[in-house]
Design a protein around this ligand. Structure first.
Ligand code: PLP
Length: 457
């Protein structure tokens, strides 16, 4: 970073503390501790301002699918900005990269999903899906179909609508959310719910899906526009539903004439071992929202894919009064095309399904013998383990112990970024990690568990 190379860690932290308000942070606590200053990244390794190196087990915020420092994305962005630093995609305009990128994404989707609307983020993508679904039903002559059903602990973004669709109680507790017209059903969380109900995972998948039928029937199907869900809930703690869950959800939506929106912001582009999470779980959505790995985070980008039926219906309404200044930004489209070229050339989706995914999953499962681990789970390259105080009874630590947060901090000290969701520890490493890096993830996670065990017993 030109001009900043000789700035000390203390100076950066002081400047940061004075002027930078961080997302999802307790600013008083953060400034008391001092921010961790990341200065460089390559492959799957982050370097901080003190020269420490950490393996990024979270791919940034689940987004850096092809790893850090990929020259061809950087070059594609530089070339795009040099040629066409900006043009809009409103008012009958387009540019070559926007057309090519929309075509490329449509080519990765099933045959009925052909039209891509560009946004700059996942939150904006979900806002777009919400407005499109409501407009769709208006145009179908059913304007009373306005409600969305989502899930507790789901995460759909941080705008007013994204936070409302999401089912995060702490987010709802601030600023009077959710907005009207959105309700939430319980998540299909085997470890936290199904196991306690004494059901097999297959039975539980059906049971959890029926909650949607009950909620639609309670509200009246003629008032419900859509159900939205992440194939695997990420920020909610990598909740991997039983295989019986999604096919039944799709049936319930079809039976009751409800649009099905798959939020693929985390799962899309290979994370689960298929291009899309809905392919991994065997269902077919009407609307797909995406972001993150679209560009592996090099340039912000999001998007929404509409089914032919949704797109054709929206077309009957004339202008759809919706768009963002950066929709289809030339740099984002160029980054996206270069990113897709890497995913394709390096066969990353197949690699996750048949090579590095099963390799890491087997080693991750070996953590299940640790006295603090109640369950391990992984699908593709997204996984978690559950911290427990009593392994035999699968009993959690009291909340005031903050076992997950302590585990996360120890993990960074041991050279591995893991994320804590309560006492669920989460990883989602870049799709390109080597087998040696996978071994390191597991070795560092085990060392972290040992350190936590020593600290808590
Ligand atoms: N949907 C899901 C599943 C996400 O995980 C996220 C972000 O983490 C979003 C939507 C929101 O995306 P963004 O932060 O780009 O607005």
């Amino acid at each position: 970073m030109a001009g900043l190379a000789n700035t000390s860690t203390a100076e950066i932290q002081a400047r940061d503390a004075r002027h930078h308000w961080h997302p999802f942070s307790d600013m008083a606590a953060l400034n008391a501790a001092g921010s961790r200053v990341v200065t460089a990244a390559e492959g799957w390794t982050l370097t901080d301002s003190e020269g420490h190196q950490v393996l990024d087990g979270m791919s940034g915020l689940w987004n850096v699918a092809v790893g850090y420092g990929r020259r061809e994305i950087v070059d594609a962005v530089a070339e795009a900005l040099t040629t066409l630093s900006y043009t809009n995609t409103f008012f009958q305009c387009t540019h070559p990269a926007a057309a090519a990128y929309a075509e490329a994404i449509a080519g990765l989707l099933p045959g009925h999903l052909n039209r891509i609307f560009f946004t700059s983020s996942g939150s904006e993508a979900n806002d777009t899906a919400f407005r499109a679904a409501r407009t769709y039903w208006d145009l179908k002559g059913k304007p009373e179909k306005k409600r969305f059903i989502a899930r507790r602990n789901g995460y759909h973004g941080s705008t007013v609508l994204g936070a409302s669709l999401g089912g995060m109680a702490p987010m709802h507790g601030q600023s009077g959310l959710p907005i009207e017209g959105i309700s939430h059903i319980d998540q299909p969380y085997w470890f936290g719910d199904g196991r306690l109900l004494g059901m097999s995972p297959a039975e539980y998948g059906h049971f959890a899906a029926e909650r949607l039928a009950v909620e639609i029937d309670r509200l009246g199907a003629d008032t419900v526009a859509a159900f939205i869900g992440e194939p695997i809930q990420g920020a909610g703690g990598v909740v991997i539903p039983p295989d019986t869950y999604w096919p039944r959800i799709a049936e319930i939506c079809a039976e009751r004439d409800i649009l099905l929106v798959a939020d693929e912001v985390i799962c899309g582009f290979g994370r689960t071992g298929a291009m899309w999470g809905f392919e991994t779980f065997g269902f077919s959505p009407d609307i797909v929202t995406m972001a993150k790995a679209m560009t592996s985070g090099y340039i912000p980008c999001g998007g929404v894919a509409f089914s032919d039926e949704v797109a054709a219906t929206l077309e009957t309404g004339g202008e759809f009064f919706h768009g963002y200044t950066a929709s289809g930004h030339p740099a984002a489209c160029a980054a996206g095309l270069a990113n897709l070229a890497i995913i394709d050339r390096e066969r990353l989706v197949e690699r996750v399904a048949t090579d590095i995914g099963p390799y890491l999953a087997a080693r991750w499962a070996s953590l299940g013998d640790h006295p603090l681990v109640g369950e391990t789970r992984m699908r593709g390259l997204i996984g978690a383990f559950e911290l427990v105080r009593d392994k035999a009874a699968l009993e959690r630590f009291p909340a005031d112990i903050a076992a997950g947060t302590r585990c996360r901090d120890l993990s960074v000290r041991n050279g591995l970024v893991m994320r804590a969701v309560g006492d669920t520890m989460v990883i989602a490493p870049p799709l390109v990690i080597s087998h040696e890096a996978a071994d390191l993830i597991v070795a560092r996670a085990r060392k972290t568990l040992d350190d936590l065990h020593a600290a808590l017993t």
